[in-house]
Design a protein around this ligand. Structure first.
Ligand code: SAH
Length: 270
């Protein structure tokens, strides 16, 4: 039977000396934004060796298909504002499996350190006297930026960029809107779909230009990726019209490069 690319890759990797790593009981692995090609080799190795994989809703079927049949797959998916497995139950589940001595992979969408409730799970692990390793992944913002051909930072435009969430446990999240409203500022807003109108209101109230570019990227890096270029003024209406169903990231202060090129061309003509 012919081998899949990942099987061939794993065979090859087996012959490559891998850097010594501590005998971690639990590996917190970033699954990346969705495209299985964006998994790291380290993540692939971890999945291949896993006996128990505890994963989030955001981890897609392509990546779960790389988990060996012999491993137990547990979905603890949580939806924004929706029904969710309690975080304490997830912590307990990880600890319970790790205490059996099984090789546990906690598989999280994107990078585990970005809006991933990682600290709570690490605290539970260490409180139980277990060890861990964090395997970074490509975060949704990186994939979204790649999808629109823009940089997160750019000389002469922004020396810093924000990574923010649209909502937190208390509801819509508050931020330093006054600073973000300044020209040239850039923010990657996670979980921003429901908060779009709130974010818009706060930024306009603090003086942001209504025509500031905002790009919404749904399903970044996946085959069904959609890019909606809009402005702060039109954001809520355009979002409603787009009727997004997948995870989406808002890039505040950035337009898709093509749209930017279009605007420049128009200006040059006139
Ligand atoms: N740890 C993840 C983020 C988890 S929070 C990471 O590093 O990417 C969940 C939010 O991430 C979603 O609400 C959405 O805003 C964003 N997100 C995750 N995957 C995405 C994707 N493929 N495309 C667009 N946004 C995504």
């Amino acid at each position: 039977m012919s081998q899949t690319f990942s099987q061939r890759l794993l065979r090859k990797l087996a012959s490559v000396v891998c850097p010594a790593r501590p005998a971690a009981t639990v590996q917190f692995v970033g699954a990346g934004p969705g495209d299985a090609d964006l998994l790291t080799l380290k993540a692939l190795r971890a999945l291949d060796a896993a006996e128990v994989v505890i994963h989030d809703r955001l981890v897609g079927a392509d990546i779960l298909a790389l988990v060996p049949d012999t491993a137990q797959l547990i979905n603890v998916g949580k939806a924004g504002f929706g029904p969710s497995a309690a975080q304490e139950d997830i912590n307990a589940l990880i600890v319970q499996h790790a205490l059996t001595g099984a090789r546990v992979v906690r598989l999280k969408g994107g990078d585990p350190t970005v809006f991933g409730r990682l600290d709570e799970e690490l605290d539970a692990i260490t409180a139980a006297g277990l060890t861990y390793e964090v395997v970074p992944g490509i975060t949704a913002a990186s994939a979204a930026l790649a999808g629109i051909g823009q940089s997160l930072t750019k000389r002469g435009r922004n020396k810093a960029a924000r990574v923010m969430t649209g909502h937190d446990m208390q509801g819509f999240a508050d931020h330093d809107w006054r600073n973000l409203a300044q020209p040239g500022e850039v923010a990657a807003i996670y979980m921003g779909k429901k908060a779009a109108r709130f974010v818009q209101g706060r930024l306009l109230m603090h003086g942001a230009a209504p025509d500031t570019a905002v790009t919404v990227i749904e399903n970044a890096s996946r085959a069904d990726q959609r890019v909606i270029g809009t402005t702060l003024a039109d954001l809520p209406n355009d979002l409603t019209q787009a009727a997004l169903s997948g995870p989406a990231l808002l890039l505040f202060g950035l337009a898709p490069r093509d749209a930017e090129a279009h605007t420049i061309a128009q200006q040059e003509v006139s």
